[in-house]
Write a protein that binds this ligand. Structure first.
Ligand code: SF4
Ligand code: MG
Length: 322
């Protein structure tokens, strides 16, 4: 049974994602793979769409995966999860394999999941017959193909598609798409939706277990600092992940059977027990925002304040009634 993980001492010591990958130093997209596999345990099948966590993890004749792993097409996390879960169910029903709980986890990056594969994820999250977890690792760009803008790239960030120019200093002018909020709000049959970050590992592992206990369909979104794409020294990965939460830019929450709960630092902020740090503390540590002037920091802060003060469920869904 997958018990809750409320402290690091409760986390299993066994690793199912080990050495043998070739991600960049300080990559916080490799860490959630390790934590997710650790929390899920050995009776797990992992499906991975194209992205950094496919390419860097399957160099010829090497792989960090200890559990069965399969590559699937860039936009296919949702369909691969449904297909695998349905296949297992049919084999068990026909007595061709032992009837036992097997976790099916399909991961995707923000490009593969939040942009290209969103329709298949949406379909998977309406399919109540199958137990599955879609796990989206969000490094806020198409990192694998050299940092192009995605729907998850924050306002103002430099990518290879949005370099600051003489005429326009800010080339990325869209506010980040709120994928977990959108999926939670629009898929009432989804058993569990959560946001997390590997920078707060206990919270993240606990959410993986909560999703797997809920069965399916379920979705977890994790924010992963990426030293290559965000332009900072790899030693600051963890600090940046925490700052994203402390500044209120990225809230931690879970929606279980339709009920929303903030977790960790976000809960303290939402309950007024903690103040949000200024967003500048997070932004100025990253080279992708090095062109920011005071008015850009002010705009970013205003938008985050708006999420907290004007949205009916802060940072999650901007509904208004009547
Ligand atoms: Fe990790 Fe970013 Fe490097 Fe990809 S580009 S392996 S996400 S640090
Ligand atoms: Mg990405």
């Amino acid at each position: 049974k997958l018990e809750p993980i409320r402290s690091i001492k409760k986390a299993p010591v066994e690793e199912f994602y080990q050495s043998g990958h070739r991600t960049c130093q300080g990559c916080l997209s490799a860490l959630p793979m390790r934590l997710m596999a650790k929390a899920a345990g050995p009776r797990t099948i992992v499906l991975g769409t194209t992205g950094c966590m496919y390419v860097a993890n399957t160099t010829y004749m090497t792989t960090p995966w200890v559990v069965p792993w399969m590559h699937t097409q860039l936009g296919a996390a949702g369909s691969a999860a449904v297909g695998t879960s349905a296949g297992l169910k049919a084999l068990m029903r026909k007595g061709k394999m032992k009837d036992e709980p097997i976790n099916v986890i399909a991961f995707c990056g923000d490009g593969g999941g939040a942009d290209m594969g969103l329709s298949a994820i949406s379909a998977a999250l309406t399919d109540i017959e199958y137990n599955l977890l879609i796990f989206l690792y969000d490094n806020e760009s198409y990192a694998n193909t050299d940092i192009q803008t995605s729907g998850q790239t924050p306002w103002g960030a430099v990518t290879t598609f949005s370099p600051p120019g003489k005429k326009f200093r800010i080339m990325q002018r869209r506010w980040k798409k709120n994928v977990p909020g959108m999926l939670a709000a629009g898929h009432p049959d989804t058993r569990y939706v959560a946001s997390g970050t590997p920078a707060i590992p206990v919270d993240m592992m606990d959410k993986v277990r909560a999703a797997l206990r809920a069965g399916g369909p379920t979705y977890i979104h994790v924010l992963d600092p990426c030293p290559k794409g965000w332009h900072y020294d790899p030693e600051h990965s963890n600090e940046l992940g925490k700052l994203a939460i402390e500044t209120g830019i990225y809230p931690l929450y879970e929606v279980k059977d339709g009920v929303l709960n903030f977790t960790g630092i976000t809960k303290q902020i939402a309950e007024g027990r903690r103040r949000r740090k200024p967003v500048r503390e997070y932004l100025e540590k990253q080279g992708r925002f090095a062109h920011f002037k005071n008015q850009d920091y002010a705009y970013f802060q205003k938008k985050v304040d708006e999420m907290w003060e004007q949205w009916i469920i802060p940072c999650v869904v901007a509904f208004s009634y009547g």
